[in-house]
Ligand binder design. Structure first.
Ligand code: AMP
Length: 407
């Protein structure tokens, strides 16, 4: 199957050739023809699967035959949860639409609103927005949504996790009834299905290989290590194996700063990205990391969700995520578009239940290994504490891995 077979035309095909996109990915093969034929879809795709091109390419194709946008309006609206994702998607729109005259803009919070208002004055073909800033612009009558023909809700599950449901509902109320709806979500929870119903009753579900599975091209390793030795282990791995570019995940904002400080102390150039930083600082950090000015980027989950760094070779889970789904998203930053990647996670004394959740979700059986010189002081075969388990009282003792043991 080629991009031409999917119904895309010359200007886009030329660009794809220049970008070296030889064949469409699975999600692209499924979504592009459906979107081109005007269908409403609810799609799930593995992270790093080429999902963005899966909706941006057919939107560009459709917009070629649509009338120019009205002033302060947009023909297509893409709503995403984070500022970085918004900027990244618009960059994709610019890249893929290079041979075309379709205009686009991205709007998000944390930066001045005035330049964004200016960009919207004459209308745009494609508007990429975070919910909060879009509502601000709507309230200030800088944008009207009455001529939007295509709506995309990207990373819908994260938008709900981040508490954007009411904002999304407000946005939906301003959209015309007749429009095409495209919704992308890593999971299809009851909440997601109910939001999908709000969009349209006839959404076609598009599934690719399980959204909960981790990318096969990512080699995954887990090292057991005492908490107080984590930063030493990280420095050791970076230096010993000459890791050129590493994205490190910490569970907390404070944690990211602490880790970066430790790495800097050891002479490793590390910067941070998290919700407490100004948008300019976040944009600069990402730019420095992508251009290899900084070797390590230490991030929280929300700040790094959806971020695409070309050929990123290493992801480190300094803290295992408390939500198993986050593991899939984190390690999906590497091994993208079929490239090889490595995910290394640190496992400490109270991580038993986190690892168990990850193994259950991904259907893997990841086991912590011990690295010489970093032997942990805790017992790897100790049963998991069940105090925070939702099944409290039902199953008292499970091991970290291997068979459950009856008492
Ligand atoms: P995404 O999942 O949309 O973030 O895309 C992941 C990466 O795959 C991005 O770096 C894209 O540029 C790249 N990509 C998307 N589609 C293709 C394709 N058909 N062939 C090669 N690379 C692609």
């Amino acid at each position: 199957m080629s991009f031409k077979d999917l119904g895309l035309s010359d200007p886009i095909l030329k660009t794809l050739k220049r970008l070296d996109y030889l064949t469409p990915t699975e999600i692209q093969t499924k979504t592009i023809p459906l979107i081109l034929s005007g269908k409403n879809i609810l799609a799930s795709a593995k992270t790093g699967s080429g999902k963005t091109a899966g909706f941006v390419l057919p939107i560009l194709e459709k917009l070629r035959s649509l009338k120019s946008p009205k002033n302060k309006n947009a023909n297509a609206l893409i709503v995403t949860p984070t500022r970085e994702l918004t900027a990244q998607i618009q960059q994709n729109v610019l890249n893929y639409g290079r041979n075309m005259s379709i205009t686009s803009a991205s709007v998000y919070g944390g930066v001045k609103i005035f330049p964004q208002k200016n960009k919207l004055k004459n209308g745009v073909g494609i508007l990429v927005a975070t919910p909060g800033r879009l509502l601000d612009l709507m309230n200030q009558k800088a944008i009207f949504l009455s001529s939007v023909e295509i709506l995309v809700l990207d990373e819908a599950d994260l938008m709900l996790d981040m508490g954007f449901l009411n904002d999304i509902k407000k946005i939906l109320r301003q959209l015309p009834q007749r429009r095409q709806n495209l919704m992308f979500s890593a999971t299809f929870s009851t909440e997601i299905r109910s939001l999908a119903k709000n969009l349209n009753n006839n959404l076609i579900e598009v599934m690719t290989a399980s959204s909960n599975s981790t990318v096969e091209s990512v080699a995954q390793k887990i090292y057991a290590v005492d908490k107080e030795n984590k930063s030493k282990l990280l420095c050791y791995l970076i230096n010993e194996y000459r890791w050129s570019q590493v994205l490190v995940f910490s569970r907390t904002k404070h944690g990211t700063e602490k880790i970066a400080k430790q790495l800097n102390k050891f002479g490793i150039e590390a910067i941070t990205i998290h919700g407490n930083k100004s948008q300019n600082a976040r944009t600069r950090a990402l730019k420095d990391f992508k251009s290899l000015k900084a070797q390590v980027l230490v991030a929280t989950d929300v700040a790094a969700r959806g971020i695409d760094v070309n050929d990123l070779p290493y992801v480190v889970n300094y803290d295992l995520p408390a939500i198993p789904n986050d593991y899939v998203h984190r390690i999906g930053r590497t091994g993208r578009a079929g490239k090889e990647g490595n995910a290394i996670s640190f496992f400490s004394a109270d991580d038993g239940r986190h690892l168990k959740g990850i193994n259950q979700l991904t259907k893997l059986s990841l086991r912590p290994e011990v690295l010489e010189g970093f032997e942990p002081s805790f017992d790897l075969n100790k049963p998991i504490k069940t105090s925070r388990s939702p099944n409290k009282g039902k199953k008292k003792s499970k091991r970290y891995f291997g068979k459950a043991r009856r008492r």
